[in-house]
Design a binder for this molecule. Structure first.
Ligand code: ADP
Ligand code: MG
Length: 617
């Protein structure tokens, strides 16, 4: 076949360019990535051959070989794995199929160097990391069971060439033509390369082989331990080993925040899990089809699949790791996993383990837990809203802030409750600033009560499921609170409301359809007015959320509450001129909308009215 030249997809070009320029300090990474691709290919081979042993042909060996050639300035990573067909070469080495590539690129462009390499790592640059050290890469590959072999070659800039070649052995060979640069010379030195391999790939399950070094020695020797880390006893594994393993499977440049390694045995199932919580939330964690969720699944040490997401609830999608199951069938597929009862048992057990690990972190390393919370708080709230079976464990893991920005848990809240306080108070809003100064919390703040300020998107859903904690009920301060009503003030307010019935009706007719009702309230201290949920019981915040989500919402008609003790309300009630009365009524409503974090219907009218009222003092 003649050589075919093709152009990389635009986003790959951009990605490769960024990789080459942002990973100077992490050059070693290419070796880890290419060796791990080799290991994946070996595992796929082993799995396929379970069904069809003839795929091995006359090559039983499953290893990775690393060779250097100083004269030619090449380093070659070769495996006897599954290999790639011609179509697969183009698909896997010519496009980036992962979701979120565009978003990643945008994020990368605005990041500094250090952030860039960590972002790229998260994304898993994989194969393209070869171009960090090489200005030309040649891949020769032959798929197990097929006759034709393919060569792929590129300088990593614009184009790549493919052609059919002669290759007798199964598997893939990646030849890196190293750049003419001082910094990459170390990849031609035997001892340096050995060091990098033992450093990164010691507990990779596949053997990595290098040529023997003695002058008259021939053949290859194994340079890594090649014992899968999770099969070792925890007491034989160092923290460093765990972290290296984490970085290998996650592509993260940081260490994991915490990890958990357990062998679980029950009547239902037996498995080993090695689970890691990253320090940083993946940047695409909130995308609809989050690209890299799930665990690596092994059955009796045989690799079965990546990204097995059946073993984690969706809110724990950031957890990375490996699960090795003793009693699932080797031919297990995603479909079988969906319906296999063991899946459920394993998932429940893993979920409990992760939550236990987090609870321990919160208890023993509060600073680390704080940083965990700042990265993963919203997904943990998702969990508390969804995972009712683990609600009791999840609730103590939640963290909130009060109106003074102090971070606290629900236990902290309850412990700090003032005498006479019976409820856990909270306010849901989409505007943190507005919430902290909301008229709704005035009365609580004046008694020294803490009010939880909830401003995450999931908060309204979370609070719908939160009934009580340690026997204390939750109460939304935007709603009527029997515990806070001051009998005398209440009576006075009712009396005033009766007296000013016609004024109140007049305000209602001025505001017309903007409100469903106008009434006096005794709940406000310094603010003249506030709005509360109307008849449809939708809070203004919920209303905005639904609108943003494109859901059909009834036109928004809150209840306007007026504070009869306030000077501005008194002025309204004393106003005789119609125009002024209408103006003040509208301003009181607009203010209430704004302090709730909403918008005034017409800012210009609002400003004009304010100006006029001030000038007419
Ligand atoms: P990832 O490993 O995260 O999928 P890579 O960029 O490292 O991403 O590799 C892209 C794809 O190319 C792999 O998923 C695999 O299908 C294919 N591939 C890369 N290296 C090899 C190899 N040595 N043998 C077989 N397939 C490979
Ligand atoms: Mg890879």
């Amino acid at each position: 076949m003649a050589t075919k030249t093709a152009t990389f997809k635009a986003e790959i070009k951009e990605l490769m360019n960024l990789i080459a320029h942002s990973m100077y300090s992490d050059q070693d990474v290419f070796l880890r990535e290419l060796i791990s691709n080799g290991a994946d290919a070996l595992e796929k081979m082993r799995l396929k051959a379970l069904d069809d042993a003839s795929l091995y042909g006359d090559e039983q060996d499953l290893s990775i070989y690393v060779d250097m050639n100083k004269e030619a300035r090449t380093i070659t990573i070769r495996d006897t794995g599954i290999g790639m067909s011609q179509a697969e070469v183009v698909e896997h080495l010519g496009t980036v199929a992962k979701s979120g590539t565009k978003a990643l690129l945008n994020e990368l462009k605005s990041a500094n160097n250090e952030e860039q390499s960590s972002l790229i790592g998260q994304f898993g640059v994989g194969f393209y990391s070869a171009f960090v050290v090489a200005d030309r890469v040649t891949v020769k590959t032959k798929k197990a069971g097929e006759d034709t072999a393919t060569q792929w070659e590129s300088d990593g800039v614009e184009k790549y060439q493919t052609e059919t070649i002669e290759k007798t052995s199964r598997g893939t060979e990646v030849i890196l033509h190293l750049r003419e640069e001082e910094s990459v010379n170390k990849f031609l030195e035997d001892w340096q390369v050995r060091q990098i391999i033992t450093n990164w790939s010691n507990h990779l399950a596949a053997p990595v082989m290098m040529a023997k070094t003695g002058d008259d020695e021939e053949g290859y020797e194994q340079v890594n331990d090649a014992q899968a880390l999770w099969t070792m006893r925890p007491k034989d594994i160092s923290d460093e080993d765990y972290q290296k393993f984490y970085q290998m499977i996650s592509h993260d440049f940081n260490d994991a925040l915490v990890y958990d390694h357990k062998h679980m045995q029950s009547v239902n199932t037996e498995f080993t899990s090695l689970l890691f919580v990253p320090k940083k939330a993946p940047m695409d964690m909130y995308f609809r089809d989050y690209s890299k969720k799930g665990l690596k699944l092994y059955v009796q040490r045989v690799f079965i699949m990546d990204e097995a997401d059946q073993f984690l609830p969706s809110y724990l999608r950031f957890v990375k790791g490996v699960i090795d199951c003793e009693d699932l069938p080797l031919n297990v597929s995603r479909e079988i996993l969906q319906t296999n009862p063991k899946t459920k048992a394993i998932k429940a057990s893993i979920t409990k383990n992760i939550l236990k690990m987090l609870a321990k972190l919160a208890d023993k390393q509060p600073e680390d837990y704080r940083s965990f919370w700042s990265e993963f708080g919203p997904v943990m709230k998702e969990g508390a809203a969804q995972d009712l079976a683990n609600k009791d464990v999840l609730m103590p893991l939640l963290r909130f802030i009060d109106q003074n920005d102090a971070q606290l848990s629900l236990s902290d809240y309850v412990a700090q409750m003032k005498s006479g306080q019976e409820k856990i108070y909270y306010l849901v809003s989409d505007n943190p600033q507005a919430a902290k100064h909301s008229p709704h919390i005035e009365r609580y703040a004046s008694k020294g009560y803490q009010v939880l300020i909830l401003t995450d998107r999931v908060d309204p859903f979370l609070m719908n499921t939160m009934k009580e904690f340690e026997g204390k009920p939750f109460h939304n301060v935007a709603e009527k609170d029997e515990a806070m009503t001051d009998e005398t003030l209440e009576k006075e307010t009712e009396k005033a409301q009766e007296e000013h019935k016609s004024d109140i009706e007049r305000v209602k007719s001025v505001l017309d359809t903007q409100v469903s009702e106008v009434r006096f309230t005794s709940r406000l201290v310094n603010a003249p007015s506030s709005i509360v949920a109307g008849k449809d019981a939708l809070t203004p915040h919920m209303h905005r959320l639904m609108k943003e989500a494109g859901q059909p919402v009834p036109s928004f008609q809150p209840i306007l509450e007026l504070n009869p003790q306030h000077a501005l309300v008194k002025r309204l009630l004393a106003e005789t001129a119609d125009v002024k009365f209408e103006m003040i009524a509208q301003v009181l409503f607009d203010q209430a909308m704004m302090s709730d974090g909403g918008q005034v219907s017409d800012p210009n009218v609002f400003i004009q009215s304010m100006n006029e009222l001030m000038a007419s003092q």
